[in-house]
Design a protein around this ligand. Structure first.
Ligand SMILES: [Zn+2]
Length: 279
């Protein structure tokens, strides 16, 4: 089996219906390896549904992850918004673990004009409460704050790696498109390689065996991300990224978030397999 599995953020467009179950079936038909369940508008799956998802994915040999709702801000001013944000991460983790997903991904916070260090301390504190709770409930999923695409949004590589070293059960979701959009750089082999090296140095040799990656084409401006694009309509050097992932023998899930979803996921998978052949 390849070290990296490729799949889509959400149900592929060509699935029979928009459901998670139909999505998993389509991923398997296409020969892809994984899918991220999108709870981005809210967690509306029940326990029975989640058990069926787990069964279907296991039978189809499809690995799952899940994306928590967008409405999360662990740096919110109002205590009730913090509480609601924590609850959304907890709900996502609980239902995802029943689905058999190994990781959940979320956008942790907005700076709201705060110094980055202050925002970091709050996020760490409130996320710490979440992972402690999950531990008490014996729910074992990796909780992964995502590298964000906008300057206003918490989630630099350093912030995400710091959370991962300071909190048990927390690991990074490396969104390479977001990082590129955030600073305009990080779009070449040496730059991608430097990110992987940093992950290894900060989190240990095994970290590259347990990667969770988002890739898409992306449009960006001074403030960062504008919108996702299909890879071939963007400037994103995905072959260079795949070469770096190959060179460092990264393992884990690669979730494609291009608007065309499975088309770019298949493009990435085919390009990666080509690199495996040529060594
Ligand atoms: Zn995301």
């Amino acid at each position: 089996m390849a070290g990296l599995l490729f799949g889509t953020g959400g149900t592929p467009h060509s699935a029979k219906a928009a459901s998670t179950i139909d999505g998993i079936a389509r991923i398997a038909e296409l020969g892809l390896g994984c899918m991220e369940i999108e709870f981005v508008q809210g967690v509306r799956m029940g326990e029975a549904g989640a058990r069926l998802v787990a069964e279907t994915a296991a039978k189809a040999g499809v690995k799952l992850s899940a994306h928590a709702p967008y409405f999360i801000n662990l740096n919110a001013r109002e205590p009730e918004k913090i509480r609601a944000s924590q609850d959304r991460i907890l709900q996502t983790a609980r239902i995802s673990s029943i689905c058999g997903a190994e990781s959940i991904v979320f956008h942790a916070a907005f700076y709201l004009g705060d110094p980055a260090q202050e925002a970091y301390n709050r996020v760490k504190n409130y996320l710490g409460e979440v992972v402690n709770r999950l531990k008490r409930e014996n729910i074992r999923v990796w909780v992964r704050p995502e590298i964000s695409g906008k300057a206003s949004q918490f989630g630099t590589i350093d912030e995400v790696l710091n959370l991962s070293t300071e909190l048990e059960g927390v690991a990074p979701c490396i969104d390479f498109a977001h990082w590129h959009a955030r600073n305009g750089g990080f779009n070449s082999y040496p730059e991608f390689a430097s990110i992987l090296l940093t992950v290894k140095e900060r989190l240990g040799d095994n970290a590259l065996d347990n990667m969770h990656i988002h890739i898409s084409g992306i449009a960006y401006g001074k403030k960062g991300e504008i919108k996702h694009l299909n890879l071939k309509e963007s400037d994103f050097q995905y072959i260079e990224l795949l070469r770096a992932l190959r060179h460092y023998n990264a393992k884990g899930l690669v979730i494609c978030e291009s608007p065309n979803l499975e088309e770019d996921a298949l493009l990435l998978q085919a390009a990666y397999n080509e690199l495996l052949k040529t060594g």
